[in-house]
Design a protein around this ligand. Structure first.
Ligand code: TGC
Ligand code: FAD
Length: 392
């Protein structure tokens, strides 16, 4: 079994900006990833299976609902702690971070923010303990970047709604116990509801043949006249701002998570460059290798500062959706470029499962697409700075 030698870069002494609690949380998740994720992740990806045995541990390290109040089973932590958890999980694998960010930001967050008292009591503690797993259905086959066009719908039948439609590309769908689903009501308003596995007419076919996020289970949500009790509909929100506010939280987590993947690639490339000898010296001695490594560390450091500052603003309820878009876009792109350069430093070895590089690189191709594509986030920033809406 391979040993995980990961050492996190901290060139600008960012640890000094963290509280003792932040460091404690970060270090415990880092240790858990080394012990439980690193030994199994390569094999899980090669075989394209979700390592379900990690769910219990994810719950134990507090990865499910870190910022949800303790009275609902959450960690009661702040946004920086949440970000650090996402960073460490994605250092292990983007798919593992995906599972945790969906559960926390796309399932627990909407139930906590928009749900009734009964919904919170029924679902949140079970989701925090990992006894219940959730998924989030927004994207449809014909509506990805433009979720406002969704055709999944609910019709009022007196004591229940009838749900029809289909969602696609849904992380955790194949094994989730519940799905937070966004659908249009008869007035055309987007409503959020909880569909439960076992409801008649609700199926979750798995999506196969992915080259990316292979250790994450992806599937569809298919609704064929599913009876949804009225008690399962969120009373607290109507309109696209409902699902988009969940995305703010998940995108924020991804801005941190991507740093984890980048750090892993950089760390592996640095170690490899000192060991690999060509032309009689370590490849680390060549200027072109140094350029790659120096630029990687510069970009990681800038991304760390962006994420940390965004976390501070999020703790103060000051972070805007456009600021979150900027960080998600920059940090995921940064990680993808670093993965590509790290792959070059590893030469042919970089394409093998001996090193984590190719796995991170392929995963990041999903991360740069989901939660808003690279270009959609650019247009969100563009709209924010110009006041002109390029989506209309
Ligand atoms: P627009 O007319 O601009 O806005 C509609 C309403 O929403 C409000 N709003 C927001 N509210 C909260 N947070 C945000 N980020 C918001 N952005 C907009 C807005 O104020 C308005 O409110 P109101 O009260 O006036 O009704 O909407 P639009 O239809 O023009 O769309 C804008 C656009 C393109 C930016 C948006 O649709 C978008 O972000 N598209 C990208 C879709 C996306 O990110 N999908 C992600 C699916 S989930 C996923 O990928 C999970 S991956 C999970 C994993 O494995 O980690
Ligand atoms: P499209 O919207 O068809 O975009 C295709 C291309 O056109 C992109 O390059 C895009 O940037 C560009 N484009 C679109 N509109 C514009 C425009 N106005 N201007 C310029 N360019 C534009 N969704 C969920 O709801 N829940 C999940 O759990 C979930 N998990 C996912 C897991 C994986 C592995 C993947 C790959 C996706 C997941 N998604 C999930 C879906 C994801 O959010 C969408 O793939 C994403 O929003 C993009 O939608 P699309 O794939 O339909 O691309």
């Amino acid at each position: 079994m391979k040993t995980d030698h990961f050492l996190a870069p901290d060139y600008y002494l960012l640890d000094e900006l963290l509280s003792e609690e932040h460091r404690l949380v970060r270090d415990s998740v880092r240790a858990w990833v080394k012990k439980e994720v690193s030994p199994v992740i390569e094999d899980a990806c090669q075989k394209a299976v979700f390592p379900k045995q990690l769910l219990k541990g994810l719950a134990q390290v507090g990865a499910f609902g870190p910022y949800i109040p303790a009275e609902y089973g959450g960690g009661g932590l702040d946004q920086i702690a949440y970000g650090l958890i996402m960073q460490e999980l994605e250092r292990g694998d983007s798919g593992i971070r995906s599972t945790a960010s969906v559960q926390s930001s796309l399932v627990m967050y909407p139930i906590y923010t928009f749900g009734s008292g009964e919904q919170k009591k029924k679902y949140l503690p079970a989701l925090a303990s990992g006894e219940m797993m959730g998924c989030f259905g927004l994207t449809e086959p014909d509506f990805g970047s433009n979720p406002a066009g969704m055709v999944t719908n609910i019709k009022d039948k007196g004591d229940h709604f009838l749900l029809n439609g289909a969602k696609m590309w849904i992380s955790n769908a194949p094994f989730a116990d519940i799905a937070v689903v966004w659908a249009k009501d008869e007035q055309g308003d987007i409503r959020g509801l909880v569909a439960e596995r076992g409801m008649k007419g609700f199926t979750t076919p798995e999506t196969h043949n992915k080259w990316s996020l292979r250790a994450s289970a992806t599937g569809e949500l298919v609704f064929d006249n599913v009876k949804i009790p009225k008690a399962n509909v969120f009373p607290g929100v109507k309109g696209l701002k409902g699902p988009l506010s969940c995305l703010n939280s998940a995108r924020y987590g991804i801005a941190w998570g991507a740093i984890g993947a980048a750090m892993d690639c950089y760390d592996s490339a640095l170690r490899y460059s000192k060991q690999r000898v060509q032309f009689g010296k370590p490849i680390a001695a060549f200027q072109l290798t140094q350029k790659k490594l120096a630029e990687m560390l510069t970009e990681i450091t800038k991304a760390q500062l962006l994420a940390w500052r965004l976390g501070v603003m999020k703790n103060e309820n000051k972070a805007t959706p456009a600021q979150i878009s900027m960080a998600k876009r920059n940090n995921v792109n940064m990680a993808l470029q670093i993965a590509r350069d790290a792959r070059q430093i590893h030469g042919a070895m970089g394409i093998t499962g001996e090193y984590p590089i190719m796995r991170h690189m392929m995963n990041l191709e999903s991360v740069i697409t989901y939660e808003g594509t690279h270009d959609i986030h650019l247009l969100i920033t563009g709209m924010d700075v110009t006041g002109e809406n390029a989506f209309m």
